[in-house]
Design a protein around this ligand. Structure first.
Ligand SMILES: NC(=O)c1ccc[n+]([C@@H]2O[C@H](COP(=O)([O-])OP(=O)(O)OC[C@H]3O[C@@H](n4cnc5c(N)ncnc54)[C@H](OP(=O)(O)O)[C@@H]3O)[C@@H](O)[C@H]2O)c1
Length: 329
């Protein structure tokens, strides 16, 4: 089979190599082999290429942390999934979805919602699960509250905008550039701030008559986090989702005390180990919302395996919106 493999740790353009005669991987107990139908590029894939993600596989390995696939073979210990099933879930790196065939762990594999295309179904997993756990379980977002989303046209950001609207929040989206601003508006954000030309702190304060944002969804870190503390509401919750800016903030905890806000961490992947039942519940809820048209994954580009390295580099450089998806549709 053909696959992209990381030969040495670097940015995607230097790290990824197209291998043409790779053996189809063999599943261990509890795993399945799938023919990859679609695999989005996630920021964790590009971090993994550079050895900067919390999971650090040894090269050579194939990234691709979420995918939609057709089951080809199941090993012992896999219940409820059969060859031919169309599934979504986590790619089991080192044999992830940047390939013609991939491995998945049965515990992180779900039937794909039939309403969605392969690329959309693949994109319903990490970004939406993270949004669902962040907004509902960790931050307890309530209808009528104000939600501030950074990188609002990006992968996890676009999901958070849609889930925030579905939950009855007023959503302020922060993006980098006019094209991304248009996308964030189309996703349903009530107010959109282009961080290149406008300060979101003033916009949030004006919108809320000085009260501030009740929930901040922050996949960016650095200045986005630091400025958010200037416009978070009394009893607000700042969700620490990621550090796409490359800078991990070091907040002064006295500020959280003085203003009565919470800094709430989220590592969604841990729920697969600690509370897999909740992940299944979230999947059911997300499928229902997709069926009712309340959420709809934004697939901005479909690329081939040959084009995937350049696409991953564009994600690393922060130049993409929604999900860029390698697809065999
Ligand atoms: N906590 C969890 O469980 C969890 C789960 C999934 C993902 N994540 C994290 O969420 C973050 C976003 O992931 P994603 O796949 O959805 O990526 P993404 O949002 O599609 O891409 C990152 C976005 O961050 C913004 N950004 C700001 N400064 C940047 C910089 N210096 N370089 C690159 N981008 C920059 C850009 O949007 P603007 O230009 O619009 O600002 C860019 O489009 C990542 O840090 C990822 O690790 C966390």
């Amino acid at each position: 089979m053909r696959a992209l493999r990381v030969r040495h740790l670097a940015q995607p353009r230097e790290a990824l190599e197209l291998v043409r005669e790779e053996p189809v991987p063999t599943p261990a107990e509890g795993q399945l082999v799938v023919r990859v139908r679609a695999c989005p590029v996630n920021f964790p894939d590009v971090l993994m290429c550079a050895g900067e993600y919390q999971v650090r596989p040894e090269p050579p390995f194939t990234p691709g942390v979420e995918l939609c696939g057709e089951v080809v073979e199941t090993a012992a210990g896999v219940d409820g999934l059969s060859p031919g099933d169309r599934v979504i879930g986590a790619g089991a790196v080192p044999h992830g979805g940047f390939a013609e065939y991939a491995l998945m762990d049965a515990a992180r594999t779900f039937h794909a919602p039939p309403e969605l295309s392969d690329a959309e179904a693949a994109s319903l997993f990490i970004g939406y699960q993270t949004g669902w756990f962040g907004l509902h379980r960790r931050a307890g977002l309530r209808p009528g509250e104000t939600l501030l989303v950074h990188a609002a046209s990006g992968g996890v950001g676009s999901a958070a905008v849609q889930l925030g609207k579905a939950a009855g929040a007023t959503v302020v989206g922060v993006v980098g550039g006019a094209d991304k601003a248009r996308v964030a508006r189309e996703l349903g954000a009530d107010v959109v701030v282009d961080r290149h030309t406008e300060d979101f702190v003033g916009v949030v304060k004006d919108l809320t008559s000085g009260a501030g944002a009740d929930v901040v969804y922050d996949p960016v870190g650095g200045e986005a986090y630091e400025r958010s503390t200037k416009c978070v509401a009394f009893e607000g919750r700042i969700l620490v989702i990621g550090f796409a800016s490359g800078r991990i903030p070091t907040p002064g905890l006295n500020h959280a005390l003085i203003k009565n806000y919470s800094i709430v961490g989220l590592h969604w992947g841990l729920y697969n180990e600690r509370d897999p039942r909740a992940v299944r519940e979230a999947h059911r809820d997300l499928c229902r919302m997709a069926q009712e048209g309340k959420i709809s994954p934004l697939v901005s580009e479909r690329v081939t395996l040959d084009e995937l390295t350049e696409a991953a580099q564009r994600v690393a450089d922060g130049h993409t919106v929604g999900r860029v998806v390698y697809t065999n549709e």
